[in-house]
Design a protein around this ligand. Structure first.
Ligand code: FES
Length: 122
């Protein structure tokens, strides 16, 4: 049976929209490097340039909170500088344990790097 999107239950749902955050020019981040991106709400993301492709994940390692933007990047894997946990920067999957982190969509538009962030709207 199909449900309709109206009535009391529908009012309680929150609409999720995506906010496009401009974080710099493509040339600002050299190939093989990571950088910290600070958002206006205080959150931090790690942005990486892997052979001209850009990826963004949460910045803080779920083990003890080290900044992953400072990690060692080897192709699509970043290794945490403190204890060596590894993450796939394309997906946020932790390759060491089951402590996955969040990955964000990155879009390049007219030479600018944009990160797409979920924005909850009432
Ligand atoms: S803080 Fe990252 S592996 Fe320990």
């Amino acid at each position: 049976m199909e449900s309709e999107r109206n009535g009391p239950d529908y009012r309680e749902e929150r609409v999720v929209e995506r906010e496009k955050i401009a974080v710099g020019a493509v040339g600002d981040l050299p190939v093989g490097r990571g950088a910290t991106v600070e958002l206006s709400n205080g959150d931090e993301l790690a942005l990486y340039n892997v052979g001209g492709q850009f990826f963004a994940v949460e910045n803080f390692c779920p083990h003890r909170g080290a900044p992953l933007a400072e990690g060692i990047l080897c192709e699509y894997t970043v290794e945490c500088i403190l204890h060596g946990w590894q993450f796939d920067v394309r997906t946020g999957k932790c390759l060491t344990t089951d402590a996955d982190i969040r990955a964000y969509e990155v879009e390049i538009e007219d030479g600018q790097i944009n990160i797409l962030i979920d924005a909850k709207v009432d």
